[in-house]
Design a protein around this ligand. Structure first.
Ligand SMILES: Nc1nc2c(ncn2[C@@H]2O[C@H](COP(=O)(O)OP(=O)(O)OP(=O)(O)O)[C@@H](O)[C@H]2O)c(=O)[nH]1
Ligand SMILES: [Mg+2]
Length: 331
C-alpha cells in the first residue's frame, strides 16, 4: 500500500477513534502484500496491548443473517439509528461470500444504509472484494478488534444466509440473529435447519401493513418449531420476535433480547467460555489454512499434483499411498 503510516500513527489514531486512520488500518489488514501484513499484525498487537481486553470485553458482537432480500441491511439501518440514539457507537461489518464472485459487496451495491452512513456514531465497512486470506470472513475478526479499540461498543455483522458464511459469523459473535419472513411455512422446510439451530433469536421482519397478521401467525409456527430442537445447553431459549425495519416496531424488543442474553450469559460464565472457544477455533482454522497454503504453494506442486491425480483417477495409484507420497516429497 502506498503512503503507509507508522505503527504509532496507526495505533494512536485508532485509539483516538480517528475513523480515517481506522479505515486505513483495516485496508492494511485486508491487503495481501507481505509488508502490509507484517505492519498490520504489528498495529493489531500494539493496539491490543494498549486497550488490554477491556474494550472488547464490554462490546457486544451481533451477527445478523437471513436469506437474500429478507431485509438485513434495512434492519441494521433502523436498529443502528435506534442504538446510536441510545448513545452507543456502532460498527457495521459484512461477511459476504458472494463478493468473491461479483467483485462487489452486499453493503456496497444494494441498500446503502444511507441514513446510517451519515451518522457520526456509526461506522460502516463493506466487506472486501476478492477472496480473503484465510477464507471467508477471516479478516473481519481482526477488523472487529480494531473497531472495538477505536471505541465502537456494538459490532453488527451482516451475512447472507448462503454457503458457510453464517457458520463463520456465528463463530465470531456473541449473539446470532436470524431474520425470517412471514408466510414461510414452506421456507421452514427449505431453510437449512442448521442455521436455525445456530440462532440465539429469530426475528420475523417486515411485520408491517398487510403482513403484520401473517407475521404473528408465523411467530407461533416458528415457536412451535423451535420447541422441537434440542436445548442448547446454555440455559438460553431462542425467542421468536416480530419487527419492522420500516416502522421501527419491535426494534426495542430485539435489542432488549440481546441485552438479556448478554446479561444471562455473562453471569453464568457462558459468554466468556464462548469467546474463549471462538479464539481457539479461530486459531485452529488459521493454522489449517496456513498449513494447506504452504503445502499447495510449494514450487512445482501444481504439476506434481496434476500428475498424481491422473494416476489416482486411472487407478494406477491408490489415494492413500498417493497422499503419503506427496507429503513425503513435501517434507
Ligand atoms: N415492508 C417492509 N419492507 C422492508 C422491510 N425491511 C426491508 N424491506 C424491503 O425489502 C427489500 C430488501 O431489503 P434489504 O435490506 O436490502 O435486504 P437484505 O437482506 O439486506 O438483502 P441482501 O443484502 O441482498 O441479502 C428492500 O426493498 C427493502 O426496502 C420492512 O421491515 N418492511
Ligand atoms: Mg443487505
Amino acid at each position: 500500500m502506498r503512503n503507509r503510516l507508522s505503527t504509532d500513527q496507526y495505533t494512536n489514531g485508532i485509539l483516538a477513534g480517528d475513523r480515517l486512520i481506522l479505515s486505513r488500518a483495516i485496508t492494511l489488514i485486508e491487503s495481501r502484500h507481505p509488508d502490509d501484513q507484517i505492519l498490520a499484525q504489528e498495529v493489531l498487537a500494539t493496539v491490543l496491548s494498549q486497550t488490554g481486553s477491556f474494550r472488547s470485553d464490554s462490546s457486544i458482537r451481533v451477527g445478523i443473517t437471513g436469506v437474500p432480500g429478507v431485509g438485513k441491511s434495512t434492519f441494521i439501518e433502523t436498529l443502528g439509528q435506534y442504538l446510536t440514539g441510545l448513545g452507543h457507537k456502532l460498527a457495521v461489518l459484512a461477511v459476504d461470500p458472494t463478493s468473491q464472485r461479483s467483485g462487489g459487496s452486499l453493503l456496497g451495491d444494494k441498500t446503502r444504509m444511507e441514513t446510517l452512513s451519515m451518522n457520526p456514531n456509526a461506522y460502516i465497512r463493506p466487506s472486501p472484494a476478492g477472496d480473503s486470506l484465510g477464507g471467508v470472513g477471516q479478516r473481519t475478526r481482526e477488523t472487529m478488534l480494531l473497531c472495538e479499540a477505536a471505541g465502537f461498543d456494538i459490532i453488527l455483522v451482516e451475512t447472507v444466509g448462503v454457503g458457510q458464511s453464517e457458520t463463520v459469523v456465528h463463530g465470531m459473535v456473541d449473539f446470532f440473529l436470524l431474520l425470517m419472513l412471514a408466510g414461510a411455512g414452506d421456507e421452514l422446510q427449505g431453510m437449512k435447519r442448521g442455521i436455525m439451530e445456530l440462532a440465539d433469536a429469530l426475528a420475523i421482519t417486515k411485520a408491517d401493513r398487510d403482513n403484520a397478521l401473517h407475521a404473528r401467525r408465523a411467530q407461533v409456527e416458528y415457536r412451535n418449531a423451535l420447541h422441537l430442537f434440542p436445548p442448547t445447553g446454555t440455559g438460553w431459549f431462542p425467542p421468536v420476535l416480530t419487527c419492522s425495519a420500516l416502522t421501527g416496531d419491535g426494534m426495542e424488543t430485539v435489542w432488549q433480547t440481546i441485552l438479556d442474553h448478554q446479561q444471562q450469559t455473562t453471569s453464568n460464565g457462558h459468554r466468556q467460555r464462548h469467546r474463549q472457544a471462538q479464539q481457539l477455533a479461530w486459531f485452529r482454522s488459521l493454522l489449517q489454512y496456513e498449513l494447506a497454503n504452504r503445502f499447495y504453494t510449494q514450487p512445482g506442486m501444481r504439476d506434481r499434483l496434476t500428475a498424481i491425480e491422473e494416476q489416482v483417477q486411472t487407478g494406477t495409484l491408490l489415494p492413500v499411498p498417493a497422499v503419503q507420497q506427496l507429503l513425503h516429497e513435501a517434507a
